[in-house]
Design a protein around this ligand. Sequence first.
Ligand code: MIG
Length: 688
Amino acid sequence: MIRKFTFGTPVPTDAVVLSLPAETGPVPFFTLSRDGDRVILTRKLQPEDCLFGLGESVRGINKRGSLYRSWNSDVFNHTESTESLYGSHNFLLFFGPECLFGVFLDDPGRITWDLGYTRSDTAVITSENGNLDLYFVEEASLSETARSFRRLTGQSYLPPRWAFGYIQSRWGYASESEVRSVAEEHRKRGIPLDGICLDIDYMDDFKNFTWRKDAFPDLKHFSAGMKKEHIRLIPIIDAGIRKEKGYAPYDSGEKGDVFCKKEDGSEFTAAVWPGICCFPDFLREDVRRWFGSLYRPLLEAGVEGFWNDMNEPALFYTDESVEAAFRRAEELCTGSSVDYEEMWSLNNAFSSIANNPEDYRSFLHEVGGKPVRHDLVHNLYGAFMTRSAAEAFRRFDPEKRYLLFSRSSFIGAHRNGGIWQGDNFSWWSHLRMALQMLPNLNLCGFLFSGCDLGGFGCNVTEDLLARFLQLGVFTPLMRNHSALHTREQEIYRFSSWEQMRDTVRVRYALLPFLYSEFMKAALSDGMYFRPLAFDYPEDRRAVRTEDQLMLGEGCMIAPVMEQNADGRYVYLPEDMLMIRFRSPEDYDPVPLEKGDHWIRCGISEFPLFVKKNHPVLLCPGGESSETLDDRTFTALCMADRDVSYDLYRDNGTDPAPTLYGHLTKAVVPLAAQGSSPVPGVAISSLVL
Ligand code: MIG
């Protein structure tokens, strides 16, 4: 059951697809209060209550105990205490012995989530603007509540099949020859690869929708050549458009009056990579159409995938924010020296030049012909940029699925694209953070997601990259990405590249299986990754497990996330089959009983756990998703009855993926168990 309440005059956010009548009268589950514009929801928490949700945010799977703010932010450098990341996903599930419901604030402005932070027994959710639709979702189980919420917000984005391949990315690849060499280094070593991202360096002076003619003289020819080798180019597009007469996107934008303005009617400008930029008003339909049409030359050059960046939007500086800092400096530096308090003020004055709150208050959008201050709808900007791109791809070729993932997002954008988890660091703690974020992203609809494997900022270590990749085997987006000036992070840069290659090869052996698991989750409004609580709500241990995830219908992952560890403890809420992988050809299937287990996992090993009567299908793999042999499978299953498997197998780009069928051939005959080298485990081969 879904109930809706409306406060003030909400701006359309495109978050929900069902239009429900708003109720009047008291809201359920919370005490409601007002403070000026603010709408405040307060609820007592019982000791055992757990909170799941908030999508992209730091800390645990269970969000209880901390404070979060919905305010999309460019936060390279984020840590455990960062309150806001790149996206705002305002859905939270309350789960305890006496409660089970979800609350969704369809509110694009700033929200504070004090989830047992100020008082450990109280949750306080504050909408700062007070213009919002408030939804309560109540169903019989956690999974059903999640499903009901997705019915409200719409089916998750479906990427093309090739997007499940391994993608190599690095800020700095600047020419055809560099990209070609990355491709060759992978191919020559047998490291599977499906895509290479082009970061801002492919552009002419970082100007959107241009590319450097010296470095990419014939992009169409180049991309066609790469595609023949089953490698896609995935260029980046940023939000800001450089203000420069003679640059076509600026000229047409100015002509169409598409850019956000200040109150005095002048164009709002701020510096980002290309220098001084204007910002398209993505909230306007005509502007989305205009911006979307700018992707066309790249689509015509054969590009089938994009990533959208800097769309919080990130602002390096404005004239105003620089002036304010200098003014403050002048105020402080009246004498010849400053005391330590003044020194810190000075420091703050300059560090708030970027992404300054005043700047976000200083420009306007147009909604329904009326001006709306940016800060009141801030969290929609990236989502509407994604929408603009997705709508353009559908217009360009309605028969095809494109890859699209964005940095900034809001619920609703999950229908149009995936997201990556932003600028993480090459830290073990960020490996754990990535894992913990994934189920909450899924809960908010973002199934196609993954982190920068190896870590974006600072220098990766060889073992950390290996462990990141072992998580990446299971994340729908499997992309190795790193920042300019950091240690080179391509697999082939490391002495143990063969082990990492084998890890990627396992991904490809599992690709048809993981693709099917993804499609089943997406098409049924389900979750690809779930907290263990969803499958074992009665199991107190499972409910509090923070370092393992359920995957698809019957799997569980538990990656090693500590340096120098030779394994880890894993909690099995029921009997499961462990498959400890070293390569697609070399793995240990081990049936394990419910309970705690020390699982040995040397640096080149990683486990997958599978519930009884759920087969895992391994194919022989291949160097790309398009060349892998997906007709020959080894099915592994701990079975006490005949089982079958629903396999999705299609051309990978049709708008609707097709179910190959109830894979009757995947029936694992009980008899096979007798001949299995592992007692109790059916290992059968099948050829489609
Ligand atoms: O200010 O395009 O998150 O993935 O490599 C940094 C350069 C801009 C931020 C993205 C990152 C990308 C980088 N970008």
